[in-house]
Structure formats: structure tokens, C-alpha cells
Ligand binder design. Sequence first.
Ligand SMILES: NC(=O)c1ccc[n+]([C@@H]2O[C@H](COP(=O)([O-])OP(=O)(O)OC[C@H]3O[C@@H](n4cnc5c(N)ncnc54)[C@H](OP(=O)(O)O)[C@@H]3O)[C@@H](O)[C@H]2O)c1
Length: 352
Amino acid sequence: MTRKPALAVVGATGAAGSELLQILTRHEDVWGGIRLIASPRSAGRVLSVRGEECAVLALDEDALAGVDLALFLTPGEVSARWAPVAVSRGAVVVDSSDAFRLDPDVPLVVPELNPHAARLRPRGIVASPHDTTLTLLPAVGALHAAFGLRELVLSSYQAASGAGRAAVAALREQLALVAGTELGTATGDVRRAVGEGRLGPLPAPLALNVVPWTGAVRSDGWSSEELGLREETRKVLGLPALKVAATCVRVPVLTAHSLTVHARFEDEVTVAKAHEVLATSPGVVLYDEPALGDFPTPADVVGTDPTWAGRVRRAPDDPCALELFLCADNLRQGTALNSARIAELIAAEFPR
Ligand SMILES: NC(=O)c1ccc[n+]([C@@H]2O[C@H](COP(=O)([O-])OP(=O)(O)OC[C@H]3O[C@@H](n4cnc5c(N)ncnc54)[C@H](OP(=O)(O)O)[C@@H]3O)[C@@H](O)[C@H]2O)c1
């Protein structure tokens, strides 16, 4: 007898969870029941998925019973505690947090690049990379297949929504406060006007500003997100010795992350060949006619599925290196879509 797998979305009320519900509604329906789960704060809230109204359950053991596949879009500490519970109740877990990404017994999967890895899951858990890593990987993975990647030097321009709903609320409040004022013209005036009370989870004011810090403090001046970008890229591409140096920066954009990339390869590169690779790679759109004003920006790519690539140039001093600019919707391409695609890969393992 065949049956469609039962799905639970844990974190259904969050920024990434809301995006996931839209994707489940839009994609081919491979699911039996869909259960929506969040914290006890949201229990009883009604959300729509696949055109049906569905009441949110509070996360507990009962809510996870009878689920074949559980998609976790929750803070790392919630995933760390509850994903193993879901597995013990018989579910396969796809987790979007940082709780398991670098666990050697948990595959880190980007379906365009390493779909086979999702089948080997000794802990019953598959992890999805950080949104900034996902902005990078479809394009850089394709260029690696063509030219052999040796080194990456990266700078990110990360949107507020990458830090969750509270960061979006803080940025909106700050933007309303500075609109129509002379703020931003004298040392510290934005910081004084915003005050500690309106920073939300951000370490500094974001309106009229850029903040060269995302994530938690790690040794030698690095942030957790900078080191995560390095280690996750190595893991997905299967290049444990790849040189990666990243600087992660938060910018006053609501949704869609961007990256500047300096990528050095084994072989000589040409812009024409790189264009050909990027234009034909799944999950990537090449948009690179600067003379016509055609390059990706967050405002233009928000709400779309792919990573957009533009500003492709050969490095002036190195025939083996490329400079490029990448841009993708962090909630959609960078979180929910990748999780949904991993879940669909696993759903295909169920007998039909
Ligand atoms: N935002 C991004 O661009 C992005 C990208 C990649 C990965 N991620 C990761 O995805 C996860 C979710 O991010 P987000 O931006 O969607 O966060 P968010 O907007 O803050 O949403 C968090 C979700 O987790 C739920 N939750 C919180 N505490 C819980 C608890 N104790 N028990 C059960 N559910 C709980 C929340 O439920 P309530 O509404 O009831 O509080 C909400 O549904 C995080 O691990 C984040 O690092 C996010």
C-alpha cells in the first residue's frame, strides 16, 4: 500500500516558516497531512497552507507523533533539543538552524549540488546551510565544476530578515524614526536617536548605517557566521582545505542577501566561459549587462527563487580569478526553498 508522507513544519509562524508555507502551497503536493507547529505562544493561531486553514500546535512530543518528515525552522537551541525527539518518534528531520550543520554525522545539502548526500543520514537529520552560504553556493559550485576552485574572498551584504522577525521590526522602527530628519550628518546622532531600546537583536543601529558584524563572537576576531560560511562551503563542495576568508556585514535591506566574491581557480578563466557556466546552471540567473544598468540588486530579486549573478569580471592581476556579485532572497532561496527541496528529495524515497 502506498501513502503520501506526513509533514510537520516546526517554526511555521516565523519569517522562514511563513515563506515555506507559501512554497508548499505552490509546489507539487507530495504530502499527506501537514501539521503546523510553533512555540506555545502561537498555539491555536490559524495559518493557511495548500489553501486550507490549519491551527498551529505547540511543540511537544504529541505534536511530533505520526510525522514522517519534520522541517525545523526554529532557533538553534530549539532544533538541538527537539530534532532528536522527532527522530525518536520516527521522523526524518530537515533542519535550517545552525545546530547540526557541521556535525560530521549530519549531511549538509544543497539539492542542485549534492542531492545524493541527503540519503546518508546516520542521525536521521539533514541540515540546510546558512542563508549567506546558500546565496553563494549555486553559482560558485557551478564555477568550481568548470574551473576547479582554489580560494574564495567574500564580503556579505546581509538583510535584516536574516536575523529573524525581531530584526525586521527593529529596522522598520528605526527607518520610521530617521525618515525626513537630518540624522546621519553628525557623529553618533543616529545611535543617540535610535537608543539601546530600538536595536532589537542588532548590535548597532541599522537605519542609515552598515554593521560589520553578524552572528556570535568567535576566537581571533571572527564571527560565527564568517566561520560558518567557510566551513559550510567546504563541507557542501567536499573541499576540506579550500581557502575561504569572509567578512559578514549587515545592511539596511529588509530581505535579500548579497555577496561580493573573489574566486581563484586552478585553471585560467574567461568572462565568456563564466557567463556560459552561470547562464546554464540550475538555480542561477545571469544578469550582467552593466552598460544597460542590468545587475542584480536586493530590491529586484526579493520574492524570487534563484541566486542572481552579475558584475562578472576577470581579476585584473590574476588570469585564474573572477570577481562577481551575487544576490538572493534569504528567506526564500536562502532558507525555505532549500529546506522544501531537501524534503521533496526525501519524500521521493517513500513508495508511491
Ligand atoms: N531568516 C533567515 O534568513 C534564515 C536563513 C537561514 C536559516 N535561518 C534559520 O532558520 C531558523 C528560523 O529563522 P527565522 O528567521 O524564521 O526566525 P523567526 O522569524 O524568529 O521564527 C522562529 C520560529 O521558531 C519558533 N520558535 C521559537 N522558539 C520556539 C520554541 N521554544 N518552541 C517551538 N517553536 C519555537 C517561533 O514560534 P513563535 O512564533 O511561536 O515564537 C517561530 O515560528 C533559525 O534557526 C535561523 O537561524 C533563518
